[in-house]
Design a protein around this ligand. Sequence first.
Ligand SMILES: [Zn+2]
Length: 85
Amino acid sequence: MMSCKEVSRLLSASMERKLSLWERIGLWIHLSMCKLCQGFSKDLQQLREAARRHAADVESDAIDSDTALSTESRERIKRALESHD
Ligand SMILES: [Zn+2]
């Protein structure tokens, strides 16, 4: 049986690497019995979910600002052409 310390270490490690089958089984057994680590695991999952959502937000922001930039530069070119006439 893993200790809570080992479990929290493995849960953190699972954010960066794939856990081995035995590590996952050990986690699963511990988590099915330990409310404390269940809570920690849930917190970590929410954190990971929030980080993923944030990354997606940043990505869509980048796309938005790209579109805004190209629209703006298109307008500038149009204005430059009009003023040339
Ligand atoms: Zn525990």
